[in-house]
Design a protein around this ligand. Structure first.
Ligand SMILES: [Zn+2]
Length: 183
């Protein structure tokens, strides 16, 4: 067992597995840019929300001698998403718990991934664990995030007269928000 540290952004998967390595840490959600794009736009820019994660390597013996490197990844975060009912922020717990088998070569990995229930990736000496974790967290996002009970009562009656004066119609503003930013 060596005492050298493993870099989660350039992880030598085979060495990590052979040493039964364990690493863990916390990353600010803001650092996961693709994931953060799904956050509620009113989220505080100083938002200290973090994702905490753990990774464990395992060299699992396979038939025919030798063995195969596995990576077990788990993570959790609470993320403010846009409630699809009231458009307010709803904090949704995200959980990831996945195991990955690594085999040499992209083609072999793709073939095995299609044929097996395990997640199979191409073996690399420089795995970006942050990118892999972000992919998994994106998959863990709920399709339709919403409060169990929205904090504000929903407007049920439109005041048609209000649209005639110069004040922005709050329902038009809501509709614009629902449509999202123009492309
Ligand atoms: Zn809501």
């Amino acid at each position: 067992m060596s005492v050298r540290g493993f870099d989660p952004l350039r992880l030598d998967v085979a060495a990590f597995a052979k040493e039964a390595g364990r690493i863990e840490g916390r990353w600010p959600l803001r650092a996961l840019v693709r994931l953060h794009d799904a956050a509620h736009p009113d989220a505080d820019p100083r938002d200290a929300a973090e994702v905490s994660w753990q990774a464990r390597g395992e060299w699992r013996l396979a038939g025919g001698g030798g063995g195969r490197p596995w990576l077990h990844l788990s993570a959790g975060a609470g993320m403010a998403l846009v409630c699809q009912r009231c458009l307010g922020a709803v904090v949704v717990p995200l959980e990831v718990k996945r195991s990955f088998l690594f085999v040499p070569g992209e083609d072999a990995a793709a073939q095995l991934d299609a044929d097996s229930e395990d997640d199979v990736l191409a073996l690399t000496r420089a795995l970006d664990l942050q990118e892999l974790l972000e992919d998994e967290l994106l998959l863990a996002l709920p399709l339709v995030p919403r409060h169990t009970v929205c904090p504000e009562p929903l407007p049920l009656v439109l005041d048609v007269g209000a649209a005639a004066d110069d004040t922005p119609n709050p329902f038009a503003v809501l509709a614009a928000l629902k449509r999202g930013p123009p492309n």
